[in-house]
Design a protein around this ligand. Sequence first.
Ligand code: UT7
Length: 321
Amino acid sequence: MRTKIIGTGSFAPARVVTNDDLAEIVETSDEWIRTRTGIGQRRISDGPGTAVMAAEAARQAMENGGIGPEDIDLIITATSTSDYCFPSTACEVQGMIGAVNAVGYDISAACSGFIFALNAADALIRAGMYQRGLVIGADNLSKIVDWADRSTCVLFGDGAGAAVVEASREEGVIRTILGSDGCKASVLKCQSRTMGNFLTGDKPEPGYISMEGQEVFKFAVKKVPECIQNLLADSGTDLKDVKYLILHQANYRICESIAKRLKVSMDKIPMNIERYGNTSGATIPMLLDELNREGKIKPGDKVVLAGFGAGLTWGASLVQW
Ligand code: UT7
């Protein structure tokens, strides 16, 4: 059995926050943000949390795939910003969409999360344990961003993307490679908000995203092309036979540098960072949904999905549509 993506969906909160809006709260400018990152605006939630966004993306993916919630037997959500410590976002989504026959759980791999979740669903479906799953990437980073830190707050946005995957005799997810390097955990992190107990006396403190931007940049431009090259070599696929490299949207310059290293033109690397910023685990499925809905990916096309992020983690998946 193989795992085929049969439907996609996405959701972004209605509220648009422009670079000029941010220039009113921190010392920055539209020019700096655009030239250093490619971001023009982002969507910030003033209401819906992670699960609501994820559920909406899931509903759209099910509609796109022509299936109902009762057909789903597996829900895996990749998120770093679950609304609750427990229950999981996947269980919340299950309740919201009425997927009564499913089992749901979350995966934490930050911006690489969607690839990790897709890999888990693929392995379980190949093993014959499940037939039809929802793989979701959803993040509400605006609630863990330090809105006084201009080096991070201009980068992120909120959103969710989802894919319906189904057991199939046809080729689908061809191969996935994942990696992590916990020695670099401190480079990009957000401390948990509730710490300590009556023995330690520590008071709960809010944790915010902190990042050594250039370290992440250097890691991404080296690791992602390497990972894609290994993925293609392992699966005997030529890069010229891949229609799109659907990359995590963290910085336009990172994607340009990856294109240069792989010697491909930016035509092969679709971008939507200008409109949404970095929505962490949601960037890849949101972009995938956009391309799918625009009819840019046709049956038989091969695409590579690739992400990187906190952990540090990275991963790439070769998928035949
Ligand atoms: O999903 C994965 C998570 N994150 C990433 O992938 C991010 C990876 N890193 C990056 O994208 C880039 O490193 C950043 C966009 C975060 C930063 O770009 P950079 O070209 O590496 O800039 P920098 O950190 O070297 O900062 C350059 C200057 C500094 O000023 P000085 O020291 O040269 O005077 C910063 O203080 O830009 C300043 N700066 C800003 N200026 C205006 C930093 N943030 C801002 C800002 N507006 N928002």
